[in-house]
Ligand binder design. Sequence first.
Ligand SMILES: CC(C)(COP(=O)(O)OP(=O)(O)OC[C@H]1O[C@@H](n2cnc3c(N)ncnc32)[C@H](O)[C@@H]1OP(=O)(O)O)[C@@H](O)C(=O)NCCC(=O)NCCS
Length: 149
Amino acid sequence: MKVVEVTSDNRELIDKIYQNEIDSFGVMGGADMWMIMSFIRYGKLYVLLDNFGKLLSVAQYQAVLKKNAVFLYGFSTPESERGKGYGKKLLESTHNFLKDIGIEMVYLTVDPKNIPAISMYEKAGYKIEELQKDEYGIGIDRYLMVKIF
Ligand SMILES: CC(C)(COP(=O)(O)OP(=O)(O)OC[C@H]1O[C@@H](n2cnc3c(N)ncnc32)[C@H](O)[C@@H]1OP(=O)(O)O)[C@@H](O)C(=O)NCCC(=O)NCCS
């Protein structure tokens, strides 16, 4: 098993990531190909792969202007691989990579009803900063969570 930073020439892997976005998030909230390429070129896109190249978990970070910070736009583990510790492993590894390049904090938003994700983030040291009411439309609330390294 290994954590890999995705590069723009790895089309096979990019296609797997795109398919996982559709499977994990459906039509709302997932990243399209334009966003995926933007994370790769202007943010950071990391994946956890098994020894045969199978996708185990995905982390997509965007740059934040004026701060040594990133926004974790998307984080997901393919449905068949959930609950096996892969998300935790990828999150912790990518925190270390980000710290090494001078990042000091991570922001993210999460559905207040998404207990597995909130639990994972809290165990990784994220704190709920505020409730963003109707953030993505009427009735689509989010918690803003922040981790400071
Ligand atoms: C949230 C998600 C990324 C977790 O990934 P995962 O690889 O299954 O997580 P792990 O197996 O590494 O578990 C890490 C922690 O998450 C929490 N967790 C995972 N599955 C859980 C579940 N079904 N119920 C409650 N907590 C759960 C636990 O705190 C767990 O720590 P533990 O093993 O010490 O109990 C995964 O469920 C997922 O992809 N969900 C759909 C997409 C999504 O909601 N992404 C987050 C958007 S903000």
